[in-house]
Structure formats: C-alpha cells, structure tokens
Design a protein around this ligand. Structure first.
Ligand SMILES: Cc1cc2nc3c(=O)[nH]c(=O)nc-3n(C[C@H](O)[C@H](O)[C@H](O)COP(=O)(O)OP(=O)(O)OC[C@H]3O[C@@H](n4cnc5c(N)ncnc54)[C@H](O)[C@@H]3O)c2cc1C
Ligand code: SF4
Length: 333
C-alpha cells in the first residue's frame, strides 16, 4: 500500500490568506485543488510538502462569469465537470467543454479543477513511479537524480505535458490571471506561460497561484475542435492531443489557424507555418493534408510514455487531419 507522508492541511477562505500561507511556509508548502494529480504524486514520494494549502474554499477562485467585454472568466478552482457543462462555455467555446469532458473519468472530473489542469505536473514512465522503482534506476533529473533515461546523456528533462484542458486553452488563446505574495497580480497570455523544461514547465513561481482564466469572445467565422488519442475511451491520459481554432471568412476562405499538439514534449506545441498553407482558400482536403504534413515534421514524440514513440508520431498527421475535418459549424457570426 502506498502511504502519504505526514503534513499539515490548511483551509483558507480568502485568496490573501492562501497566498500568505504559501509565503510563510515557502518551499515546504504546496497548493492543492482537487488533489487528483497531487495526491497520487505524493504517494509516489514525488512531492513531500509539510503544508498543503487547500484552494477548494477560496471564494476568489470560483465562478464562471461573462465580463462586459464578452470574455468568459473561469475561476481556477472550478471543476472540469462544471467547465464542461457551463452554458457560456458551451456557447462560445464548445471545444473547451469537449476537451474537459474527455479528461480522466466522471469522479475525477468532479474533483479535478481547470486550474490544476493548467498547472499539472509533467509525466514520464521513469518518474510516475514509486520511490523504490525510481531508486532502482538511480533516479533521474526531474527528481533526486542527475541523468535522463529517455534521452541518455541529455541535460534537460523532457517529460510529457499531459493536460488536455491546457491544449484547448492554448488554441483558444486564453489569458491567465496569476497572484503572488503581497498582492502582486499579473495577467499573461497562455502562449507565454509554458516552458520546455519538464522539471517545472510553467512560468509561475512556487508561492504564486493561478486565480482565473479568461477566454476571449470568438471572432466572427470562428470554428474550433479538439481530439485526443488514448488507449481506452475513458480515464486515460492523452498519448497525444490536438486542438485547433480557425477563422473562415464569409467567402469560405481561411483567415487564420491556431493549431496545438501536446502529450509529447513538456508543453503544448504550437504548430508553426500553417497560416501560409491555409491562406487564400477554403480548408479543403489538400490544404488539410499540407497542415498535417507540417505537424508531422514539427512533432517528435519521445519514449517518455509507454506507448511506442514512432506510432505516436505517425498518428500526429492523422489526428491533425481529423481535427481539421471536424472543425464543424461556425461558433460566432
Ligand atoms: C487516473 C487519472 C487519469 C487522469 N487522466 C487525465 C487526462 O486524461 N487528461 C488530463 O488532462 N488530466 C488527467 N488526469 C490528471 C488530473 O486529474 C487533471 O489534470 C485535473 O485537472 C488536475 O486538477 P486538480 O484540481 O485535481 O489538481 P491538483 O492535483 O490539486 O494539483 C495539480 C498541480 O497543480 C497545482 N495547482 C492546482 N491548482 C493550482 C492553482 N490554482 N494555482 C497554482 N497551482 C495549482 C498543485 O500544487 C499541483 O502541483 C488524470 C488523473 C488521474 C488520477
Ligand atoms: S524525461 Fe528524463 S529527466 Fe524527465 S522524468 Fe523522464 S527520465 Fe526523468
């Protein structure tokens, strides 16, 4: 049986209280939202904080509201289930609702939060294991060791970003509201939030909290879709996921395309140079094939999860093609 280490559990009700607790206990404290990822990770000895600061009762982290400018603000502690059923989210960004509804299983979606999904720790075959298992290999760069078993000789962790909601939010171009000790606040585009460092893949210091996410209103002609590759059609983490947001003008020409692929490296990868391929015409089979080939060239899965990396790579263009063919009806105007 995997046991948890002893820790103190704090249940603040205000954001400033939560931030003060994190500040007071420094590296010995971690925030916990639904705990669906953190608790298993603590059982594996990957994190052993002496203080857990629960976000569940912090009022400022709750609520899904439409702002005056038409954007939707989602509190970071809203559950994946709430996001997937919210009327405003379903109206503007059904693709995000779809991505959230494909995360793990019903119980975990009720406990797990959208903020925890954005801040999800990266995953790896050689990391999400018991201490005994990891010790037998001499540990690794991400925790307790100094080698990488995925890229022998590598000096950087390349564990996989495995958060489905975050990939959808990247394609949407969400903005993240972050609060730090002493009342510091900043809002950053999600594109500048993630880094390629698998040890800690986000530009957010320990002690800071993700407060909310803001979804822009979809521009006229917007279409969006999300696809997830997994072994079973439930509970599994993604082997790969793809999210796309396109704008099609009234004549049927593609004005823009934001395409993200994740589940491979340590952050959701924006597939570059796709605008040139789709510009000036409809998103027809030929252009979709061009975009799928571009994604294949840019995405290189590694052996950081158990499923064969070459097969996952071969599935990239298939997934991209399915997403683009499935863009569906225009969301706005
Ligand atoms: C069996 C199983 C299957 C799963 N399948 C999937 C899947 O298919 N797709 C997927 O995306 N995820 C999956 N997950 C992971 C997880 O359930 C979800 O990602 C969930 O959204 C995590 O949210 P949480 O609130 O439980 O996060 P927690 O476990 O509470 O926290 C996760 C991390 O985020 C930090 N954190 C949480 N909230 C904040 C905040 N507001 N500000 C700063 N830091 C914060 C915590 O300190 C911790 O480091 C799975 C988990 C399990 C156990
Ligand atoms: S990618 Fe390498 S360093 Fe990172 S968790 Fe896996 S084995 Fe460890």
């Amino acid at each position: 049986m995997l046991r948890l280490h002893p820790y103190e559990y704090h249940r603040p009700v205000r954001l400033d209280e939560a931030l003060d607790l994190l500040d007071e206990h420094g590296d010995d404290a971690m925030p916990i939202a639904g705990g669906t990822d953190l608790v298993p990770n603590m059982k594996h000895g990957l994190f052993t904080p002496g203080h857990l600061v629960s976000l569940g009762r912090v009022r400022e982290l709750h609520g899904i509201d439409r702002a005056d400018d038409g954007s939707i603000r989602i509190g970071a502690a809203e559950s994946l289930d709430s996001v997937s059923r919210d009327a405003a989210v379903l109206e503007d960004w059904p693709m995000l609702a779809d991505a959230c509804s494909k995360i793990s299983g019903p119980q975990l979606r009720r406990a797990g939060t959208i903020g925890g999904n954005v801040c999800l720790d990266t995953r790896c075959t050689y990391y999400n294991q018991t201490r005994f298992w990891r010790e037998s290999l001499g540990f690794c760069l991400k925790k307790d060791g100094d080698v990488c078993h995925v890229v022998p000789g590598g000096t950087r962790c390349v564990a996989a970003h495995s958060a489905d909601g975050a990939t959808a939010l990247s394609a949407i171009g969400a903005r993240l509201e972050i609060a730090g000790p002493g009342g510091e606040r900043r809002t950053v585009p999600i594109d500048s939030f993630f880094t390629s460092d698998g040890v800690w893949n986000r530009r957010m210091k320990r002690g800071e909290l993700l407060v909310a996410l803001s979804l822009p209103p979809p521009a006229p002609g917007t279409r969006a879709a999300f696809r997830k590759l997994r072994i079973r059609d439930s509970i599994d983490f993604p082997l790969a996921n793809v999210a796309a947001v396109a704008r099609i003008d009234q004549a049927g020409s593609t004005e823009s395309l934001r395409l993200y692929v994740s589940g491979m490296g340590s952050y959701p990868r924006k597939v570059g140079k796709v605008e040139e391929i789709v510009a000036g015409g409809p998103l027809d089979a030929e252009r979709i094939e061009g975009v799928a080939e571009q994604a294949f060239r840019q995405c290189h899965p590694l052996s950081n999860i158990t499923v064969d990396a070459e097969w996952r790579r071969a599935m990239v263009p298939v997934m991209v093609s399915r997403v683009l063919h499935g863009l569906g009806e225009t969301i706005a105007g």
